[in-house]
Design a protein around this ligand. Sequence first.
Ligand SMILES: Cc1ncc(C[n+]2csc(CCOP(=O)(O)OP(=O)(O)O)c2C)c(N)n1
Ligand SMILES: CC(=O)[C@@H](O)[C@H](O)COP(=O)(O)O
Ligand SMILES: [Mg+2]
Length: 630
Amino acid sequence: MPEILETLDSAIDLHGKSAKELKQVADEIREVLCGLLSIRTAHFASNLGVVELCLALHSTFDFRHDRLIWDTGHQVYPHKLVTGRYKDFANIRTRGGLMGYPNPAESEYDLFMTGHAGCSISTALGLQSGDDIRGEGNRKSVAVIGDGAFPSGIVFEALNNAGELKSDLLMILNDNRMSICPRVGSVATYLDRLRTNPFYTGLKTEVVRMLNHVPVFGDPAERMLAQIKEGVKAGLHGGMLFEELGIRYVGPIDGHDIELMRKYLRMVKDQEGPVLLHVVTEKGHGYQPAAQDPVFFHTPPAFRDEQGEAKILVKSGSPAYTNFARDAIGAAMRRDPRVTVMTAAMCQGNKLEPVREEFPKRFFDVGICESHAVAFAGGQAKTGLKPIVTIYSTFLQRSYDQIFQEAALQNLPVTFMMDRAGLAGPDGPTHHGVYDIGYMRVFPNMVLMAPGTGAELGQMLDFAIELDCPVGIRYPKAAAAEMELPEQPIKLGKSQVARWGTDGAILGLGPMLELALAAAEQLAQEGIDIAVINPRFIKPLDQELLAKVFNECRFVITAEEGALMGGFGSAVLELACDQGWDTRVLKRLGIPDEFVEHGEREDLLADAGMSVAGLVEACRELASRAALSV
Ligand SMILES: Cc1ncc(C[n+]2csc(CCOP(=O)(O)OP(=O)(O)O)c2C)c(N)n1
Ligand SMILES: CC(=O)[C@@H](O)[C@H](O)COP(=O)(O)O
Ligand SMILES: [Mg+2]
């Protein structure tokens, strides 16, 4: 039973706890995390890794007054547990329960709702700057950023600014050598070099002591020796990259030693100017299977621990759209040597490991650098390659200007495989991918598709690769639909009639097709004859078929797993308006103009009327309204 944790009303209660008590709190947090993770999919290894760091921070600072930003926010579970949320913790990531990320509505200790990586240093710098301007410079802003998030472009923009502003900002680099997958890139190599520097290995003090015996003044030979001494010292001092940017670099230090960290935090607390404290941790620390396989244990499915071995409790169901995407990408790369694939640190989520193994020279993990991924793809496309950017819809938002300039404006054949397009479930508002239709379809040259089945996803990718323009294909985080549909190859701007009827029509985009067909079957038994269309294309729209639908069917419903504003239904409405069709018969179903909370995808969709029952109800209502208006 977590004795101390249970008594903490606020993190301030950690002040004054002894080293022994803090160690006990660390053990209790791990116990709670292991208990929770055995019943629910959640971020596991990252949270296990920051337990001591979290306790050191909260027992040194008072973050009701000082400012704390956890980068990304997936590692805030220990922070939640010590900031008055222990009692609600069991319901984390469930509907109505605690969010799996920082949430200002839950606690004064959470300043920003986040889930996307890389912005912590910028926001912490903004907080520090704001406090300075408002005369509250005695508040300290602290950003904790992981080594996976650190190479993001925006981090370097923030460092650039911080070095110039010289604000009293504390940045803590939590270096566990992992992103979701093992981290990549030359910044990672640099961090590895810092880890092996004598400071961390304990040698530095010895060497510096020795060098201090070299005289500084004296004859020319001595002066030369002194210069060498300074050079050697500089070499020994890790973090020269940061120092040269005007940022004091301290570390690396052991991020599992609470007392050591508290000592360093007290030291840098009153340090003027920006400081980067490099902390070394182990992802998954304290649970051996997670430490051994932090990739799997980033967000593992529910498991039971059996004598130190994790036994997965839920067997995986039918293949997801992601599996079909992965297989189609692999097949395209086998067939066509021009095809390359890019991921921005989401190889595991996109299930691309086999592709990475098979095509090491045409597979690029660029790290959490989405805008670079798109511009990089643009460059490759210009040389005649056919790059595929596999990316979560929500993270592609980071690349908006590169989609515009480096892909669309140049009309280059970059294919965007937009995974998690729709409601991302327990991850919540930061991860729902509901804006891509709106933000992609506005660009000239862009072609946009959504498959109604897993098999169709593969056909769409093959079709996209043969097109000579930018293409987006969106698909959800869901088991792929498997349906017998009329044979009809993909043709630009052509939809598919899944069934015909004239009482009304449902244009079921992507995963909505399956629901629409089930609803139509149910309604047929009531004598309501509904056409179901698989739109396939969001852009260009199938003008010919839509004309027939608006002409022959008494009402039209568009259903999409995306924001209504600017979405597929809006595109249909625009076309109908331009063509002078009767827009009064159109009803649009989709995500309303509000941020959708976390919860199970099906429940959240049902709230927006996108369930079989919801579609049946909408059709019944529109059918009776149409009957009245005859
Ligand atoms: C902009 C953005 N791209 C991708 C992700 C997906 N993502 C979440 S955590 C993570 C790895 C972060 O690594 P690190 O910062 O080192 O944290 P760790 O998990 O190692 O604690 C990634 C790629 C994200 N949240 N935001
Ligand atoms: C924190 C983060 O952004 C990722 O870990 C994300 O939660 C992964 O989502 P999936 O589980 O859908 O891959
Ligand atoms: Mg990391």
